[in-house]
Design a protein around this ligand. Structure first.
Ligand code: GLN
Length: 603
């Protein structure tokens, strides 16, 4: 294959790619060198600096200028995806529309960029090595010994260029998981180093995120750990163009000077990135500091930027921040779950509530209730003072009785209820037992030999049971019953699209019995007998809604999710804010239903 020659990159010098050259660089078809620029974000000192938040905020401020941005996270672990990861250890498993189970950072990118991502935006070492090994078996390396360099690094470079080509991106944002110095991301760092040479300096920008410690005993910021770790980056052959210093409070000029001097980076490209009250204000902080200007300058992108588009994007975003800050009516919503000690396991739910709160004018306090501690005996006490409850997604037996007790109490006492995935299955079990008289009703996930399995494995999933990968994953359409509460919340939409991640569902055999007793299945799959939304009539309950989907995954600041808006509004009413005032609080300009209709139509 011959690579088009362009003076500003070194790919021309690599020339003809064949098994003979040391420059083994597989290229996707249609790749145009120089068309896409790359911003590489690497972390130093320690993990947990908010690299995903930083990188997505930076991508956002370039997107605001009218540039097409495409993020990718390179994850060091050997799992092929995040599907089997324990949310206790890793935070929530985020699911993309195409069914990819990925790191929760992808949720941050989708929310920040208001853009649907796909499996092209997420790669793990497991995926990289699997591809290399498959290619080796298929004889694609033409008899060569297969090596970390150039073959594994070649695979990484291929992924980045595939994304650039598919997204027709002006800028690809590459977030390298982990910290410089880790064994598991070393070959990612080597791959981007090689690629910076190939693409040429005008097309590559390295941003190092570092951390400034401030030991309480000293009472001042110290830069040594940052300096030492930036040296590691130099040792890997990478000289950062920009350094962003994470810290609890604004980084002093003295510390920035030290960093600039030791890392050979001009002072005006060493930025303070201190803590702030919401992740959504970081983009404005970066813009205020001038990081966007530095990137545009380094990558020569000024001709492509559109200041009118930027102005309007900033206004829209600022209006969200203003609503978020100005939302004053306090309500308390309980999350009844299993992973309540690790908030990251419910990251998207927390965000969805924040978006809905901003929209509806409510300042939502969350209360975490461990379902393992709940029972019929203490539920009234534990749920006291809550204006609404959520039973979120979950797996397995632990805490199930507590969740059932919670749903029963919420149903019988008119507490606004939103069930998400497992929360819908639990609502069906509770209703079957306590309203339909099916006293042994359960899910086969909880009780495999249950005599009244109202929740059972999906028929088509049963066939593949045991082979792994038997979850129903990704975006699917839902057909809504006209006139139902869900249809009304979605602005009269007949079809919406949500994301799913489940193995079990309502057994269609029991649907008639459940409906006869007053449960309404108001959202169904258009092509399978899968119940996707249930509700109770408003005459029976102020707000009782549950879905087999994960609506939290598609809530965005500028597109709050209608089910969460419904819950927050019902919670406001419950807290004493009059229903007619709740409507007045509702924000204009944030448009939940428009985009839902559009998304379903595109599907
Ligand atoms: N455990 C249930 C199932 O597999 C629910 C899954 C979930 O809540 N994501 O169907």
């Amino acid at each position: 294959m011959v690579i088009a020659m362009r003076p500003e990159n070194n790919l021309s010098r690599i020339g003809h790619l064949s098994e003979e050259t040391e420059f083994f660089t597989p290229m996707p078809t249609g790749y145009q060198p120089g068309k896409t620029k790359y911003v590489i974000v690497v972390g130093t000192v320690m993990s947990g600096l908010g690299k995903g938040i930083f990188s997505s905020s930076l991508a956002k401020i370039l997107q605001d200028k009218g540039l097409v941005v495409a993020p990718i996270k390179l994850e060091g672990y050997l799992n092929r995806d995040s599907g089997t990861l324990n949310p206790f250890r890793h935070g929530e498993v985020f699911v993309l529309d195409d069914g990819m189970e990925c790191d929760m950072d992808l949720g941050t990118y989708e929310r920040m960029l208001n853009q649907d991502l796909s499996r092209l935006n997420f790669t793990t070492s497991g995926q990289i090595f699997s591809s290399v090994l498959e290619k080796e078996r298929a004889g694609r390396y033409l008899g060569r010994d297969v090596q970390m360099i150039p073959h594994v690094t070649g695979e990484v470079k291929l992924r980045l260029r595939e994304l650039a080509t598919a997204a027709e991106a002006d800028v690809v944002f590459v977030e390298i998981g982990g910290t410089v110095g880790d064994v598991e991301n070393a070959y990612f760092i080597e791959a981007v180093r090689e690629m910076s040479y190939e693409e040429g300096p005008a097309n590559f920008c390295f941003v190092a995120l570092t951390y400034i410690v401030a030991p309480t005993a000293l009472g001042e910021q110290k830069s040594k750990p940052a300096q030492m770790n930036l040296k590691l980056l130099n040792a890997a052959g990478i000289h950062p163009n920009i350094i962003a210093c994470r810290a609890a409070s604004p980084v002093s000029t003295k510390v920035r000077e030290k960093i600039a001097l030791f890392a050979n980076v001009p002072m005006d490209r060493v930025f303070s990135m201190h803590d702030c009250d919401s992740v959504y204000v970081i983009s404005e902080m970066l813009r205020g500091a001038g990081i966007d200007a530095a990137v545009i300058d380094l990558l020569g992108l000024s001709d492509k930027t559109d200041s009118a588009a930027e102005e309007s994007a900033r206004k829209t975003w600022a209006s969200y921040i203003a609503r978020f800050r100005g939302a004053l009516h306090p309500v308390t919503i309980g999350i009844i779950g299993k992973y309540t000690t690790v908030r990251d396991s419910y990251a998207s739910i927390i965000h969805a509530i924040e978006h809905a709160g901003a929209y509806a004018g409510a300042k939502v306090q969350l209360e975490w209730v461990d379902s393992a501690d709940l029972s019929d005996a203490n539920v009234a006490d534990r749920l006291r003072g809550l204006h609404g409850v959520i039973v979120p997604g979950g797996f397995g037996v632990r805490g199930v009785d507590g969740k059932i007790a919670c749903v029963k109490y919420a149903r019988e006492h008119g507490i606004p209820y939103l069930g998400l995935c497992y929360g819908m299955q639990i609502a069906v079990i509770e209703f079957a037992r306590n309203v339909c008289g099916l006293t042994h009703a359960c899910s086969t996930e909880i009780e495999p030999d249950c005599p009244q399995p109202v929740i059972d494995l999906l028929p088509e999933q049963k066939k593949i049971e045991g082979l792994g990968g038997n979850m129903r994953l990704g975006g699917f359409d839902l057909v809504l019953t006209p006139g139902s509460m869900i249809a009304e919340l979605c602005g009269g939409a007949e079809r919406i699209r949500l994301r799913f991640r489940h193995r079990y569902e309502v057994d269609p055999k029991y649907v008639a019995a459940l409906e006869e007793h007053g449960l309404i299945f108001s959202g169904r799959s258009p092509d399978h007998p899968i119940m996707q939304v249930l509700e109770l009539p408003r005459s029976k309950h102020p707000f009782f809604l549950a879905t087999q989907a994960h609506p939290e995954l598609t809530s965005r600041p500028l597109r709050p999710q209608p089910m969460f808006i419904g819950l927050v509004r019902a919670a406001l009413t419950k807290s004493g804010v009059l229903a007619e005032n709740v409507r007045e609080l509702t924000a204009r300009g944030m448009s939940p239903s428009d985009s839902l209709g559009a998304t379903a139509a595109q599907a």
